[in-house]
Design a binder for this molecule. Structure first.
Ligand SMILES: *Cc1c(COP(=O)(O)O)cnc(C)c1O
Length: 491
């Protein structure tokens, strides 16, 4: 950190940089400028990386032009697109400290107290889930990695069981029989994990959901029975606690009963819903999560932490042994025998950030309840926006909000009749693109039953109903304008 030769006044430079960014962030009047990729590409490419600027101030000025001026700002009340959060300040302090010290979490001799802090936070999270002291886990780079590690463990468990009865069969043949069951509304990292695990995308069986986008237990029962009859092995069932589009939480009790009946592995992907662990009002939505074999929690979503910060937890800590490999130069087996706490024994990463520090400082400065309140407020705002959209004849809400997302589309009336599906399918993505290009707001898009919808993901406790109403009016104005143009062109 204090490399005197390169940075005589490192701390002053850091403060200067932080100050410049915070001034910039406070000045931001809208979430985006609408800059085109080509404009920024040209500017970035024009920089001569072999000729440094005279000082930090010059570098920050340049950065302002290349990045900060046109960045996408999640703390702006009119950013309502993806599962990104405005970050809490204690976590930013943690970010500065962890980068400056630069601990690496792979071994005790590169981390010391950092390892103890990470372990304590894993235990704290496990307790919130309702796991016993037997549980364990590790921080990861994100929900996708957490899901991958959980499914890697599940796959190795399934293979170990198959090996017990058919030791002579080669691994590729065993893998060929494995299937993962997850709802049609689950996250695509399940398919990607299946691919990386040697099973292929099509080893994932999409279980239909009911009206409210929760996995239908009867459909899961049928899918499991069908696979079983075909001689296939249900390697894991992935339930989602907070689907990315609808915030729906799969019925954990019913799903887990089926998982036990088939001696499978229950992974709960709570990347989005994980923040409910600290909610006083909505913790009950996660009831039953404690019976999972593994759980994903993304602190960089509903715990308002900067990217990256996530964890995978396992009900039986010994299961993490599936990713243990000893190397003489790093984590020799003798170290494990001597009880030296090397976190790399539990992780699929080697060099790894001390991301846990951000959550630690957040809990020590703000406290868990304050984090829960931030999520509660986003959930309640989504409820109020849902009522507005449901009562507005020109908007069609795809489902009642369950956490803090809303999926809806604009369907105005032409000559007293709401535009049909085809027209709505052209109009809604065009509205989204036009608004993004204007920088006035950022909203997301998705498809429901093959049709284009718009989506709000609300995670900003400082956004008011009025702010979201402004976005709704912007959508209406933009849509009406686009519709008038197309009607004119057709006439
Ligand atoms: C965001 C999300 C993920 C992926 O998490 P990353 O941190 O983006 O890798 C997985 N599952 C669900 C349900 C999510 O919403």
């Amino acid at each position: 950190m204090f490399n005197a030769r390169n940075s005589p006044n490192y701390v002053a430079q850091v403060l200067q940089g932080v100050n410049a960014v915070s001034t910039k962030v406070q000045r931001t009047a809208r979430p985006f400028t609408g800059v085109a990729p080509s404009a920024l590409k040209a500017k970035v490419e024009a920089v001569d990386l072999d000729r440094p600027l005279p000082d930090t101030a010059a570098a920050l000025d340049e950065l302002d032009d290349l990045y900060l001026k046109d960045a996408i700002y999640f703390h702006d009340a009119r950013y309502a697109a993806h599962l990104n959060c405005p970050v809490v300040i204690p976590a930013l302090v943690g970010e500065a400290v962890l980068s400056a010290v630069n601990s690496s979490m792979d071994t005790w001799d590169q981390s010391a107290g950092a390892t103890m802090i990470e372990r304590r936070l894993i235990d704290w999270t496990a307790e919130r889930i309702g796991f016993s002291a037997e549980a364990d886990g590790v921080f990861t780079s994100g929900g996708s990695q957490s899901n991958f590690q959980a499914l890697l463990i599940a796959r190795n468990q399934a293979v170990a069981k198959l090996r017990a009865t058919s030791p002579e069969v080669r691994l590729p043949h065993l893998l060929d029989r494995l299937r993962i069951f997850t709802s049609a509304d689950s996250h695509f990292s399940i398919q990607k994990s299946a691919s990386m695990l040697g099973l292929g995308f099509d080893a994932v069986i999409a279980v239909p959901t009911s009206e409210d986008h929760r996995m239908d237990p009867a459909a899961l029962a049928a899918a499991l029975a069908e696979a079983h009859d075909a001689g296939l092995v249900p390697m894991a069932v992935v339930a989602t606690a907070g689907t990315t589009d609808f915030g729906s939480v799969d019925p954990l009790a019913e799903v887990s009963a089926l998982v036990r009946a088939y001696d499978s592995w229950l992974h709960v992907d709570a990347a989005y819903g994980g923040g409910l662990l600290v909610s006083r009002r909505y913790r009950h939505l996660l009831d039953g999560i404690h019976v999972a074999d593994s759980v994903t929690v993304d602190f960089h979503k509903t715990f308002f932490q900067p990217v990256s910060s996530s964890a995978v937890l396992v009900r039986r800590g010994a299961m993490l042994g599936h990713v243990t490999y000893y190397a003489d130069y790093l984590n020799p087996e003798s170290a494990a025998k001597a009880d030296i706490p090397n976190q790399v024994d539990k992780s699929i990463q080697t060099t790894r950030r001390f991301d846990a520090l951000k959550l630690w400082l957040t809990l020590r400065i703000m406290g868990a309840d304050a984090i829960g309140v931030l999520f509660d407020e986003a959930i309640e705002l989504a409820g109020r926006v849902g009522t507005l959209l449901a009562e507005d004849a020109e908007f069609e809400l795809a489902a009642a909000p369950q956490l803090s997302t809303l999926v809806f589309r604009y369907r105005p009336f032409v000559d007293g009749v709401a535009v049909n599906d085809d027209a709505a399918d052209l109009l809604n993505p065009a509205i989204r693109a036009a608004i993004f290009a204007s920088g006035e707001a950022v909203v997301a898009g998705t498809k429901v039953a093959g049709h284009h919808y718009l989506k709000f993901t609300l995670l900003n406790a400082e956004a008011s109903l009025g702010d979201i109403q402004e976005i709704i009016e912007l959508i209406r104005r933009t849509g009406a304008g686009l519709l008038a143009n197309t009607t004119e062109a057709a006439a």
